[in-house]
Design a protein around this ligand. Structure first.
Ligand SMILES: N[C@@H](CCC(=O)N[C@@H](CS)C(=O)NCC(=O)O)C(=O)O
Length: 221
């Protein structure tokens, strides 16, 4: 039985998991969900009730299944790439990559959420929240001034784990981002978003609860 990936198309954490699974060629069955209506099967096995979740061995019973679940997007990436890493996304710089991803997830992402939903955080303006994200974006900008990707001349784990979040940042106010001073970040994001790998991870699927359909993923399966 193939592993089951609970995924949500627009979630940047799920995107990074799908990207690593797709590049590694690991075969999974994708169950598309919506966050407001999580399936009981997912809630039963997931400790933190977030997306994505990879259930490695769906034939185990419910109690054992809990031991066999990856519920952090980064764990799913590393699982896929440890099995097969044809594009060499894992490099000797892994500790530095993980530190940058950590800054993305725990420093940049909270400001991104406030920028995205500024009306829910009336203490400050949208522009204020956007400005708080500048430190992290400049960190990326400086790295990308030296080379086309964050850690090398080619994409690695860090690029793939981080760009779905920068994509979200860019889409809050596209005109503002277009005229912003993040020249290298803009080019990097455009390149990664135009990559056929990303496009292959962004197909729209019916939700599993409504259609009962598990989608073989990647699609070339
Ligand atoms: N640390 C987790 C975070 C995942 C996460 O927060 N995912 C969001 C969706 S983008 C989620 O499931 N939120 C719970 C909810 O909205 O109910 C990971 O890396 O997988």
């Amino acid at each position: 039985m193939l592993p089951i990936l609970y995924s949500f198309r627009r979630c940047p954490y799920a995107m990074r998991a799908r990207l690593a699974i797709a590049v590694s060629g690991q075969k999974v069955l994708l169950r598309e969900i919506v966050l407001k209506h999580k399936p009981a099967e997912l809630l039963a096995i997931s400790p933190n009730k977030t997306i994505p979740v990879l259930q490695l061995n769906p034939s185990l019973n419910k109690d054992d299944a809990q031991q066999d679940v990856l519920s952090e997007s980064l764990e799913i990436m590393v699982w896929a790439l440890t099995n097969n890493d044809p594009e060499k996304w894992l490099t000797a710089q892994l500790p530095d990559m993980l530190a940058l991803i950590d800054s993305n997830d725990y420093e940049f992402k909270p400001w991104l959420d406030k920028y995205k939903y500024a009306d829910r955080f009336p203490a400050h303006s949208e522009a204020y929240y956007r400005e708080q994200a500048d430190d992290f974006l400049m960190l990326l900008e400086n790295r990308l001034t030296i080379q086309p990707y964050l850690f090398a001349k080619r994409p690695t784990l860090a690029d793939m784990a981080i760009f779905p979040f920068i994509r979200q940042f860019a889409s809050v106010d596209k005109n503002w981002f277009e005229q912003s001073h993040y020249l290298h970040v803009k080019k990097w994001l455009e390149t990664l978003m135009g990559d056929p790998l990303f496009k292959s991870c962004m197909h729209k699927y019916p939700t599993w609860l409504e259609s009962g359909e598990e989608i073989p993923f990647p699609e070339c399966l």
